[in-house]
Design a protein around this ligand. Sequence first.
Ligand code: SF4
Length: 356
Amino acid sequence: MERENSLLPGEMAEPLLHWYDNSARSLPWRSDTSPYRVWVSEIMLQQTRVGAVTERFERFIQELPSVTALAQAEEEKLMKLWEGLGYYSRARNMQKAARVMMERYGGRFPSAYEDILSLPGIGKYTAGAVASIAFGVPVPAVDGNVLRVFSRLTASREDIGRPEVKETVGDMIRKIIPGNRPGEFNQALMELGAIICVPSGAPLCSRCPVTEFCSGYKQGVADSLPCKTAKRARRRERRTVFLIISSRGVALRRRPDRGLLAGLWEFPCEPGWLSQEMAGLALRGWGVLANRVATSVNAFHVFTHVEWEMKGVAADSDAEALPESWRWADTRALRETIAVPSAFRAYLAEALRRME
Ligand code: SF4
């Protein structure tokens, strides 16, 4: 961020907090700011919309209400509670962190910023959010919303994807964060970015509490900010997804422990779009005898770096045995215990429809 704009007046805090007190959305993790709840909400909200998180947050807290409960949870239960949120490694890292807290801190959340930062899966943003919101430590929590707000406030044309820019914004916040309400100040900045200084389309400056401090607004350039380098185009992959259904349920296969959707259950897939004949060969290759092979639903899923274009194949089978790392899942298991990644949502619905 440019030097001339690098000092935002500390007075910005007052109108911002006043606005936050009166206009913030009522969200379940805001009513009780205990560190465990703040942490769970912050991890869930990474790369996931608030709307998708709210209900899952309540269920997660109900089922795993403490660091101890999370540390001791069965993996399958944890994955089921995370179902639909994506980026499952976040949940696994949370469990690792909970186990570290059991060992080092007797199951308590540490209150010092550096100690929080040292836990698995916790970066500067999350450590700053938990330390400031739950423990009142005056440290910044710079996420994408805050970066965008500061880029506009300072009329900076620097690329907000660069780590140095994040550091600079953090330094600016350290200078103005009020010692008596650091958590609310950080949340107010995030909230401003989420509902006023919005990511898509023009910012809603006429409703903004800090227009008088905003260089982007005064210079009439806010709409063109922030600057960020274009993301690399995602790779497209074609896949054939198999719904192999027998009287025991539908066949699922465990994914490898590394890489995309690591360790999760999936419907068996093959690369490319297979003809019916090739699909029959794939089934035979797995040792699964099918009575009937037919086309099923098509679906599309976007991951961070790759897109899957999926065509479905449905196979009725009398098979008893399945290859290693496969299992049968009946409707109850699919609904209650097994987490199936969102990428397969259409196939999960189709499997349930065919089995019921
Ligand atoms: Fe964002 Fe407009 Fe507020 Fe500036 S005045 S912070 S551009 S909403």
